[in-house]
Design a protein around this ligand. Structure first.
Ligand code: URP
Ligand code: ZN
Ligand code: ZN
Length: 465
C-alpha cells in the first residue's frame, strides 16, 4: 500500500486549525502527527510539501445536475467533464439528482443515472432521487432507494407538468421519508402562480431574460418555503430547502428554526455573488444568469451571508446545471421562458467562497463546514467524507491561499462556453487535490493515471446532522 505524507500544512476542519503532518495509506488518512516527530515515524513513498498552505477536506457539492435533460436540451457537462471540473476546483464528491421519469419507476431513474455515471465519473458521487410521482408503488420504492444508499428525495413545488407535485403527494412522500429516516429536499416556489405570471409577462411583450426574475418574485419563494416547512411540520420530518436565494425565504427558515423545527437550507454562489443586475445585461447576455430561483437584487447578499454565519443556512452547494449560450441558452432568445434554467459552478465554488474568507465574511473553519463537513453530515457521508481525521477517506485539498487565478471559460474545465465570473481575479486555489489518497490534480493539471471511471458510487447513510 502506498504511503503518502503531506507535510507541514495547516489543517483546517470545521472546528480546528492546527499544523500537522497528514499520513495516508492507500485511500485513508492513517495519522495526523506533530511535524517535529516526523523522523520517528518512518518514510513515506510520496511526500507533498504543504508549508504555508492549508489542508482541507475535499469539497462536497450536494447539488449538481450532470447530463440532465431539462428545458428542451441537456445540461452540457456529463459525469466525465463535470467531475473532472469539480476536482480541478477542489471538490472531490458530488451528489447529483437522478430523476424518476414521469409515470415510471424510481428504479428506472436510478438505473439511468448509474449508467450515466459509471465508467465516467472521475471523483466519488452519490445520488438524490427526484420524485415525480408518489403513488403507492413509488412509496414502496423509496425504501429500496434508501437501502441502496439514495437517502434523500427532491420534491418540486415548481415546473408544473414537469416536476411539480401537489400537496397530497408531498405529504405522502414526507411521511414515507420519515419512516425511512430519509431527507426531503424541497424546491420551494409557488410554481402554479409563477406560471401565470410568466404567461402574463409574455402576453405583455416582456420577453427579455430579466423577466425570468420579475415573473418569479421573492414572495413566490417565501411562500413556497413556508409551505414546505409547514408540510414537514405536519409530517414531523426534517426538511432541507435547496437553492435558497432570498431574504424572505430565509426568514421563513429562521422562524421555523427558532421554533425548534428541523428546517435546513442551502444557498449557492450565484445567489451570493451575482444579482438581478446580471440578468439585465444587454445583448441577451442576461441569459447566462438564468437559473431558478432567479438571481435577486444585491441587498439579498448580506442576508444570505448572515444566514450562513448564524447557522440558519447550513450548506453552500452549486446547483451546477450548465447550458452553453450557443445552441442552448439561445433557445430562449425572444422568450425568456424558453431559456434553459441553470448556471455552471461546480469548479468555482471554493474559489469564490475563499474570496469571502479573505473579505472577512466567513471564517476559514466555516468555509470548510459549509463546503464539506455540513453536507457530509446532512447527506450521510460524514466520517468517510467531510473532515480531515484518522479513518476518513483521504479526499484532501492542499489549498494555496496566495496563488492567484483569473476565472475564465477558456481555462476552467467545465464544458460550457461562458463563465458567469469571466475575468474575475481570485486569490486562493488548490495546489493539489487527492481523491481517496490518489493525487488527481496538481497545479491545475490532471495527474492521476485514470480519469473517467475512477469515481465510485457512494451508498449514503441516512440524515445525520
Ligand atoms: O435553474 C436551475 N436551478 N436548474 C436546475 C433545476 C433545479 O431546479 O434545481
Ligand atoms: Zn430546484
Ligand atoms: Zn438543482
Amino acid at each position: 500500500m502506498t504511503r503518502k505524507l503531506i507535510k507541514d500544512g495547516t489543517v483546517l476542519t470545521a472546528s480546528d486549525t492546527f499544523v500537522a503532518d497528514v499520513w495516508i495509506e492507500g485511500s485513508k488518512i492513517v495519522a495526523l502527527t506533530d511535524p517535529s516527530q516526523r523522523a520517528a515515524l518512518g518514510k513515506a513513498d510520496v511526500e507533498l510539501d504543504a508549508k504555508g498552505k492549508y489542508i482541507i477536506p475535499g469539497g462536497i457539492d450536494a447539488h449538481t445536475h450532470m447530463d440532465l435533460p431539462f428545458g428542451g436540451t441537456t445540461s452540457s457537462d456529463d459525469f466525465d467533464t463535470g467531475t473532472v471540473a469539480a476536482a480541478h476546483g477542489g471538490t472531490t464528491t458530488i451528489i447529483d439528482f437522478a430523476i424518476q421519469p414521469r409515470g415510471e419507476s424510481m428504479r428506472k431513474g436510478l438505473d439511468t443515472w448509474h449508467a450515466k455515471a459509471e465508467g465516467k465519473a472521475a471523483i466519488d458521487y452519490g445520488f438524490h432521487m427526484i420524485a415525480t410521482d408518489l403513488r403507492a408503488t413509488a412509496l414502496d420504492e423509496m425504501g429500496a432507494m434508501v437501502r441502496e444508499g439514495v437517502t434523500s428525495f427532491k420534491l418540486f413545488m415548481a415546473y408544473p407538468g414537469v416536476f411539480l407535485l401537489d400537496d397530497e403527494s408531498i405529504m405522502r412522500g414526507m411521511l414515507r421519508a420519515g419512516e425511512l429516516g430519509a431527507l426531503i429536499c424541497m424546491h420551494a416556489e409557488a410554481g402554479l402562480a409563477i406560471d401565470v405570471l410568466v404567461q402574463r409577462a409574455l402576453a405583455d411583450g416582456n420577453r427579455a431574460p430579466v423577466w425570468h426574475a420579475l415573473s418569479r418574485p421573492e414572495v413566490a419563494e417565501a411562500t413556497g418555503t413556508e409551505r414546505a416547512i409547514a408540510l414537514a411540520e405536519m409530517a414531523k420530518v426534517p426538511v432541507y430547502i435547496v437553492h435558497l436565494s432570498a431574504q424572505r425565504a430565509l426568514e421563513r427558515v429562521m422562524e421555523a428554526r427558532d421554533r425548534g423545527l428541523p428546517a435546513y437550507a442551502e444557498t449557492c454562489p450565484q445567489y451570493l455573488f451575482c444579482s438581478e443586475d446580471d440578468l439585465r445585461r444587454e445583448e441577451f447576455e442576461g441569459a447566462k444568469f438564468v437559473c431558478t430561483p432567479p438571481l435577486r437584487p444585491k441587498h439579498h447578499h448580506e442576508h444570505l451571508w448572515r444566514g450562513l454565519n448564524n447557522y440558519d443556512l447550513q450548506v453552500v452547494s452549486t446547483d451546477h446545471c450548465p447550458f452553453c449560450i450557443k445552441g442552448q441558452k439561445e433557445l430562449g432568445r425572444g422568450d425568456f421562458s424558453k431559456i434553459p434554467n441553470g448556471m455552471p459552478g461546480v469548479e468555482t465554488r471554493l474559489h469564490l467562497l475563499w474570496e469571502a474568507v479573505r473579505e472577512g465574511k466567513i471564517t476559514k473553519n466555516r468555509f470548510v463546514e459549509i463546503t464539506s463537513t455540513a453536507p457530509a453530515k446532512i447527506f450521510g457521508l460524514y466520517g468517510k467524507k467531510g473532515t480531515v481525521a484518522v479513518g476518513a477517506d483521504a479526499d484532501l485539498v492542499i489549498w494555496d491561499p496566495e496563488r492567484e487565478k483569473v476565472l475564465s471559460a477558456e481555462t476552467l474545465h467545465m464544458r460550457v462556453d461562458y463563465s458567469p465570473f469571466e475575468g474575475k481575479k481570485v486569490i486562493g486555489t488548490p495546489a493539489a487535490v487527492l481523491s481517496r489518497g490518489e493525487l488527481v490534480v496538481q497545479d491545475d493539471k490532471w495527474v492521476a493515471s485514470q480519469k473517467q471511471g475512477r469515481g465510485q458510487f457512494l451508498r449514503r447513510g441516512t440524515f445525520g446532522l
